[in-house]
Design a protein. Structure first.
Length: 309
């Protein structure tokens, strides 16, 4: 027998983005049922048996920032999260409204117009939420005050490192028009992140899956659950379409973070091997998979906590 090259992951996260729900279930563009697509994604998650530590939604939760839209997304997501014993981490997007977002999704937080920046800890894995939105606009910015706050938070490393979650990803877009709504002055953010314990940056906003690096850190952008951008559009153009919806799975290991795209489109299975049969086949091949490593006594697991800016 030999051990597999990697043990079980230390943490598992679900990364969803750009749900764009409307009040009273109204469709987007009079045709896209964004609520039904989100429900479909959540049903697939439930049926898969995955046990995530958190579900992270990287912005544009509501298409027009309506109270009822936030109530509807909470009604869909929170029961599933409770059944999975998983945290829910909400991130502001340019279509969201800070007042309604706070009131409906973060009822314990004081009202106000300040950016919704947070720190959540998942037994040693730190998730920092950075609000890159500019009220009344669709591009992204990070203020001087936010950068100082972020630098202070990152000054103390977390036992399993940090995941930075934001809406506007610091990556080039393959669609030229997206330059009008990109995150501005990205270099200043890079100066804070470079050399920190941030292991991955996750975002949304683009409505297609893409991957890059920023300040030496891997960046993963999840496709939208509502509608996506057609990357076969003639060069220079933009063509959203009702297809290719999906979300990402994130597996955090000791020395790597794996991001996997999960499409909502279904296809006929060619074969099904269940968990018991997989284990039997691995053992027949002489392979065992060790459990995830335990945190060392110098970096013990911590109780879940939330620091709100």
């Amino acid at each position: 027998m030999r051990y597999a090259e990697y043990p079980k992951p230390e943490r598992v996260l679900l990364h969803l983005s750009d749900t764009h729900l409307r009040a009273h279930g109204a469709p987007l563009y009079d045709s896209v049922d964004s609520e039904a697509y989100l429900a479909r994604a959540l049903a697939a998650i439930s049926a898969s048996g995955v046990k995530p530590d958190a579900l992270i939604f990287t912005g544009d939760l509501a298409d027009h920032g309506e109270d009822d839209a936030y109530d509807r997304i909470a009604a869909l997501v929170e029961p599933l999260a409770a059944s999975l014993d998983a945290r829910v981490i909400w991130v502001m997007g340019n279509h969201d409204d800070r007042a309604a977002f706070r009131a409906r999704l973060l009822p314990g937080e004081a009202a106000g117009d300040a950016p919704v920046d947070r720190v959540d800890e998942l037994d040693g894995l730190r998730v920092i939420t950075l609000d890159t939105t500019v009220p009344g606009h669709h591009h992204g910015e990070v203020t001087d005050a936010q950068l100082r706050w972020l630098a202070e938070e990152l000054s103390t490393p977390a036992p399993l490192g940090t995941i930075l979650a934001l809406h506007h990803p610091p990556v080039p877009s393959v669609l030229e028009l997206a330059a009008s709504v990109e995150l501005r002055e990205q270099r200043r953010l890079g100066d804070v992140l470079r050399g920190s314990d941030v292991r991955a940056i996750i975002g949304g906003h683009l409505h297609y899956s893409t991957f890059a690096t920023f300040a030496g850190i891997p960046v993963s952008v999840a496709s939208a659950t509502c509608y996506t951008q057609d990357l076969t559009v003639p060069v220079g153009g933009t063509r959203p379409h009702d297809g290719a919806q999906g979300f990402n799975l994130i597996h955090v290991y000791d020395d790597t973070v794996v991001h996997s795209v999960v499409p909502l489109d279904t296809a006929a299975p060619l074969q099904f091997v269940d968990a018991a049969e997989s284990l039997a086949r691995l053992r027949a091949a002489g392979i065992e998979t060790p459990a995830a490593r335990a945190l060392t006594p110098s970096s013990p697991p911590t109780a879940p906590m939330t620091a709100i800016r």
